[in-house]
Design a protein around this ligand. Structure first.
Ligand SMILES: [Zn+2]
Length: 619
């Protein structure tokens, strides 16, 4: 449909905001769940009333739910995948294949109605396919009433019961969860133990169980005075009912709902200035480290709020889940035991996910690096701040793991669906390390100041909208005034690498001619720092022609000389220095080492040390 020119001109202003996601939308589920956990059989019985708003422009004849607990059965796709990966997760290996009937997980759908009418449905592993009784038209809603019974598996990875740290129940991905439907269609991927993707919605959850258990969960407890256990306001007399307790949690505008239950949880609280109230749930055994970690968590939220944008909810819970670390909206499940540094590290990583998984919530299955990589990057910077008071983190570990993956011949393009990497090594490096390298190297391309402004702008522009990679690139282009499609395209869609070197230096008429060489296929702008024997320094800057501009100066203490752009097709570029070769102390490409140059041996010539280990290029 073509809008009339008149209308589009008049309405352009107001359409800018309201229709900026013209071809995108946000589906909306509102869950009301009432479940009972039997702590002797480890089964959950419950009802789920899901009001589902179809905000898309499509008529839906089917909907899909995830049934993640079904992955924990011998012969499941997750089991087969783990048995066949060359480098399976040591915590999974063949454990699923050995589960007994009372140890497996399952989700049985006992009944499902759409607006009061029975629907037909089929369980396909971890996916529930529902044929609707009545097509769901655009901009209409349906109410799905479900009865389900789940058996909580022995904990294998993250979710489950009785894990090795002795946490009774880690209840993550525990309920039938509507899959996302967006402009790319359904994202109902059979679960093989990698990433998740969720739909923003509201959760109203009542959980009934044995009164000796303490629950930690997404959202806010609605009946603290009837529960106690540290949730009540100080000085309140808690009146618990006899028998099982019903805990009532509400969370608004979140992509998931997770909880954990254990009789031995200690519950502490801390307030982040201008931020959320933090809740900590842990057992007595790692108590010392947890108490010590709590002020770090407060500082972490302060750093993240200031550097990357404000956390939008008013509570966040850090829960000993007892297996690795995993992020959920408004809470995380982390390992409780181990070293203090490890505990702060996992807390910082998982809490930083609140920004990238919880609030931006890009599709983690399609773009794991946009979540894990950004999260790893942010938490490494926060840790540098917390431990050294200096956020000038160099992310060397991430670069090292990227280079090592290349050396091992395992690299795959990071544009790939997370489930389909051939090895856990390739997936892990792509998602975490390469996501971090993409960002740290972007500082080099557009300048530090633009970069941090852009990170905040990206968060504020795209929160609660599931951004795509191009949305991030466009924000960074607008902030910097530079073209960046070449950068994202090479880094995301290919396995091409950056490799530059100093090819030779010759002297002519009292000047030095330095020829630089692009050895790798991935073109980059070049910072070349020349230090003279008289102590002066200059930065010769060669933007890449594709950028259509120059980054702003970063280091005011060094004179920057802006040279002509380097056309990306040219394999070499010759720079003329006004000094003789004998006056040069050293020449170095990118001393900041933010550029992910896979071979730095040829990036520097130090004339004071002598030509070794380099050949004297002037002879
Ligand atoms: Zn993570």
């Amino acid at each position: 449909m073509v809008r009339s020119l008149f209308l589009s001109c008049v309405a352009a202003f107001c359409f800018t905001t309201a229709f900026s996601q013209d071809y995108r939308w946000q589906q909306r589920p509102e869950y009301v769940m009432d479940v009972k956990l039997d702590v002797t059989t480890h089964k959950v019985n419950g009802t789920q009333k899901l009001t589902y708003y179809n905000e898309s422009r499509d008529t839906l004849n089917k909907v899909y739910y995830h049934l993640y607990f079904n992955a924990f059965q011998p012969g499941s796709m997750m089991d087969i995948r783990s048995l066949n990966l060359p480098d399976p997760d040591a915590r999974v290996r063949d454990r699923i294949s050995k589960l007994k009937d009372d140890e497996i997980g399952y989700q049985h759908i006992q009944s499902l109605k759409q607006d009061g009418k029975d629907v037909t449905f089929e369980v396909k592993g971890t996916i529930l396919e529902v044929k609707l009784a009545k097509p769901l038209l655009p901009k209409t809603k349906a109410v799905f009433d479900m009865k389900f019974e789940s058996q909580i598996p022995i904990q294998i990875r993250r979710s489950g019961r009785n894990n090795k740290e002795g946490i009774a129940y880690t209840m993550t991905q525990w309920y039938p969860k509507m899959a996302e439907y967006d402009f790319q269609g359904w994202h109902a991927y059979p679960y093989v133990a990698r990433e998740f993707h969720g739909v923003w919605g509201d959760f109203d959850v009542k959980i009934t169980l044995n009164p000796t258990f303490i629950i930690a969960a997404t959202g806010k407890l609605q009946n603290p005075d009837k529960i106690g256990y540290g949730y009540e306001k100080p000085g309140t007399t808690v009146k618990r009912a006899d028998g099982d307790l019903t805990w009532h949690f509400v969370a608004k505008n979140v992509i998931d709902f997770a909880w954990a239950a254990d009789p031995d949880y200690i519950h502490d609280k801390a307030q982040v200035p201008n931020g959320p109230e933090l809740h900590f749930f842990y057992q007595a055994k790692p108590a010392d480290n947890w108490k010590k970690m709590e002020p770090y968590a407060v500082r972490h939220f302060e750093f993240m709020n200031k550097t990357f944008g404000k956390y939008p909810y008013d509570v966040y819970s850090i829960i000993q889940g007892g297996d690795g670390g995993m992020e959920y909206p408004m809470c995380t499940m982390i390992l409780g035991e181990g070293s203090f540094g490890g505990l702060v590290g996992v807390m910082a990583h998982e809490a930083a996910h609140s920004w990238y998984q919880g609030v931006l919530a890009s599709n983690e299955s399609l773009y794991p690096w946009l979540d894990e990589g950004f999260t790893d990057f942010a938490s490494q910077e926060s840790e540098a701040f917390m431990f050294n008071g200096d956020p000038k983190e160099t992310h060397t570990g991430s670069y090292a793991s990227y280079f090592s993956l290349i050396k091992r011949g395992l690299q795959e393009p990071i544009s790939q669906h997370s489930d389909h990497y051939n090895t856990n090594a390739a997936y892990g490096t792509a998602a975490y390390s390469m996501g971090t390298v993409l960002l740290h190297q972007l500082k080099y391309v557009i300048g530090e100041e633009n970069f941090y402004k852009g990170m905040r702008q990206y968060y504020n522009t795209w929160k609660f909208k599931h951004p795509e990679p191009i949305d991030f690139v466009r924000v960074m282009e607008k902030i910097s005034g530079l073209q960046l499609k070449w950068y994202s395209s090479y880094f995301i869609n290919t396995t091409k690498r950056v490799d530059y070197g100093i090819k030779n230096i010759v002297e002519a008429d009292g000047a030095s001619l330095v020829t630089l060489e692009r050895i790798g296929e991935f073109p980059m702008p070049i910072d070349l720092v020349v230090t003279y024997k008289n102590g002066t320094k200059e930065l010769l800057y060669m933007p890449l022609n594709e950028m259509l501009g120059n980054k702003p100066g970063e280091d005011k203490s060094v004179t920057r000389i802006d040279l002509d752009a380097w056309p990306w097709v040219n394999p070499t570029y010759t720079v003329k220095l006004t000094h003789k070769v004998s006056e040069i102390s050293s020449i170095e490409i990118d001393p900041s080492m933010r550029m992910a140059d896979i071979d730095r041996k040829n990036n520097k010539i130090d004339f004071l040390i002598g030509p070794k280990p380099y050949e004297d290029p002037t002879k």
